[in-house]
Design a binder for this molecule. Structure first.
Ligand code: ZN
Length: 88
């Protein structure tokens, strides 16, 4: 009787196979690009440039980090501009 060797890690994956992944937004990179993580099996997805969902590989993580930085800089600049135009 060796029934205690069942790996609990397999259960979330089985759950996803049966009911589908339960993706939650874990990071907002830009308005259009987000990162998702499945709350059951921790699989990660991201939005690519075509707007479809793809596996979040280390390469895409890197791209998203760069995108996020560019996006934040742009946001700050537009805020500054608005401030200036409200003064004059
Ligand atoms: Zn899943």
């Amino acid at each position: 009787m060796k029934k205690s060797t069942t790996k609990p890690a397999l259960i979330p994956k089985m759950y996803c196979n049966l009911f589908g992944h339960d993706y939650q937004v874990t990071k907002k990179v830009t308005y259009h690009v987000k990162e998702y993580t499945c709350s059951h099996c921790k699989r990660q997805l991201t939005t690519n440039s075509n707007g479809s969902l793809i596996e979040l590989t280390p390469k895409f993580k890197e791209i998203n980090d760069i995108l996020e930085r560019i996006h934040n800089t742009r946001m700050e600049r537009s805020r500054e501009k608005r401030l200036v135009s409200s003064i004059y």
